[in-house]
Design a protein around this ligand. Structure first.
Ligand code: SF4
Length: 569
């Protein structure tokens, strides 16, 4: 059993927080004019590969075995070992050494894929809706080419299975199933989201090896429903074997990792009860890890990986320990959260931060953030990064698509919630990284966009020292909106949406990079200085590109940029 992930998912990114998003950067532009200056300098490369490979440095390995691996892959590994597979039968391979492990005895190669075809929201934004090839796609493709070459060279009949949260993308480009030689694509039953296969890891791999998934089984009683999908694209027909699994394991059925995860990641919960329509996490039931289970995983990372931090995976950390059905107004369970973070710090780690949390949850209990900050020793030398959904400044859109994200507050209070939460978080040394959705359900009007721009500008003028970053993402149809269309950034970018994109990058450049980036780093000062200078040098490039784009589009787009420069700068 060989488990693997591509380079973009197997890099420590030189310890720079948020650099893991760099995999979404554009790698190649196949449409570049061969007479252009850039073609002469870089050929088809967009982000120079030498720069990308420097920042996305490969993970350490021991004789080809990855010393750290994505958390989800570690869960599958742990499930196989729990379910009876021997350690010597399972390997988590380094992507550059996968050939070492593929041969006639290899039964299954399982690849962990979060954004295999570059269709995730961040990537779609950076590649103008996949008009360029992202590094995510570039390196995932390279991994599959290496697997295929190794199989051909050794005569291996190993079945290659693509799993994890990005496999829905193969539905939109089925030619890749054939090109990559995939035996199967694992999907959940709900909206195509990646299933929680770690509950039954051993049983699943047994079924693959035994050939139980070779043919479609609509009428057979089986845990794993096999569907042979047919796709017609440009007069060609493609087939793909999609294996569906829909059971969500209870916490006791979720295995505990046995080897170190990337970035010291550990999970504390699955699911989220807030019900945002554009999100697939919310389709899952909410479950929490008890503190002892979290501690065990941190101890694995410390003991076998020498890690001193715990990156706490949470969909909304502030719903940890509450029951969304019975808790009035989603009031956070402060006692449960305090106990969780005390338990995490009791392991002896030096730093922890949750991955995600809602702004409303952060301020719904005024003692919550100050108390947690004390427990996790947040300070001017120990800032806590957290990703929060800003989504939109439009009261109309937030009320229509994410009203419970605001609970216990009301949509009309959204601007107040954003401003108050940033103040509270910053005062306690937390730095939120915001994501916004452009073209939400293709329902965003220009007035909605300008409301977002105005809110960002109000934040800058009312709280000029506040620390936050903003990343616009294009709408991708998942969750309850999976039947909607993708937002087509290349063709439906009206002046308002261009304005949102321009304003967010301008904020990051003027405030994030130039003002506070150098102050919040926890790495060594030389490294922090180097990357701040690099960001300051490159940070203006997207702004110039957008100005150029506006000039090409015409007066209204140019006017939107000029208006931001004149009024909202
Ligand atoms: S709060 Fe976040 S994780 Fe929860 S449903 Fe909304 S977007 Fe999804």
């Amino acid at each position: 059993m060989v488990l693997a992930a591509d380079r973009t998912l197997m890099s420590p990114y030189r310890g720079i927080s948020l650099a893991s998003f760099f995999g979404c950067a554009p790698a190649l532009d196949f449409n570049r004019d061969h007479n252009s200056f850039w073609y002469y300098v870089l050929r088809n490369q967009v982000t120079p590969r030498v720069l990308f490979d420097f920042i996305c440095n490969p993970i350490d390995h021991t004789n080809g075995v990855a010393n750290y691996a994505p958390y989800g892959l570690r869960k599958v590994e742990a499930a196989l070992l729990r379910d009876g597979y021997k350690q010597e039968d399972v390997v988590v391979s380094h992507p550059d050494h996968i050939e070492k492990f593929i041969g006639p005895e290899t039964e299954v190669v399982g690849t962990y894929e979060m954004d295999p075809l570059g269709m995730g929201p961040v990537t779609m934004t950076f590649t103008y809706g996949r008009k360029q090839m992202s590094y995510d796609e570039f390196y995932n493709r390279e991994l599959h080419m290496r697997i295929n070459a190794a199989k051909a060279r050794t005569g291996s009949k190993a079945k290659v299975i693509a799993g994890a949260s990005g496999t829905w993308q193969y539905n939109y480009d089925p030619a890749k199933i054939e090109e990559y030689g995939l035996y199967g694509v694992v999907e959940g039953e709900l909206g195509g989201i990646g299933p929680e296969i770690d509950g039954v890891g051993g049983r699943f791999f047994d079924a693959i090896i035994a050939g139980e998934c070779d043919t479609a089984n609509p009428f057979r009683k089986s845990q794993f429903k096999v569907e042979i999908k047919e796709f017609v694209r440009n007069d060609r027909t493609f087939h793909g074997r999609f294996i569906h699994y829909g059971y969500e394991p209870s916490v006791s059925e979720i295995p505990t990792i046995v080897n170190p995860s990337m970035h010291g990641m550990v999970e504390v919960m699955r699911g989220c009860g807030r019900g945002c329509k554009f999100c697939d996490v919310t389709l899952r039931p909410l479950r929490y890890y008890p503190v002892e289970k979290v501690q065990k995983e941190i101890e694995v990372n410390m003991k076998y990986g020498g890690l001193k931090n715990a990156w706490v995976h949470s969909d909304d950390i502030f719903v940890y320990g509450l029951n969304p059905r019975t808790t009035k107004n989603m009031q956070p369970n402060r006692e449960a959260l305090e106990e969780l973070f005390k338990g995490i710090m009791a392991t002896g780690i030096e730093h922890t931060n949750p991955t995600h949390g809602t702004l409303a949850g952060a301020i719904a209990d005024e003692r919550l953030i100050p108390n947690i900050s004390k427990i996790i020793r947040a300070s001017p030398d120990n800032h806590i990064g957290i990703q929060c959904g800003f989504e939109t400044g439009s009261i109309r859109l937030i009320g229509k698509y994410a009203d419970r994200k605001l609970a216990p507050y009301k949509p009309e209070e959204w601007h107040w919630v954003v401003k108050t939460a940033i103040k509270t978080l910053n005062e306690n040394y937390w730095v939120p990284a915001f994501t916004l959705i452009m073209g939400l359900d293709n329902d965003e009007t220009q007035e909605d966009s300008w409301e977002t721009i105005r809110l960002l500008h109000e934040l800058e003028t009312e709280q000029p020292d506040s620390m936050f970053t903003t990343t616009p993402l294009t709408f991708v149809p998942i969750g309850l909106l999976e039947k909607s269309d993708f937002f087509d950034i290349g063709n439906t970018m009206d002046p308002g949406k261009l304005g949102v994109m321009y304003k967010t990058w301008q904020h990051n450049f003027k405030y994030g990079i130039k003002k506070f980036m150098g102050r919040v780093g926890r790495n060594n000062p030389i490294k922090d200085f180097f990357f701040t200078q690099l960001a300051a040098t490159l940070g203006g490039v997207p702004l110039s590109a957008m100005e150029k784009f506006a000039r090409r589009k015409g007066f209204e787009h140019e006017h939107a940029i000029e208006k931001i420069k004149a009024i909202y700068w």
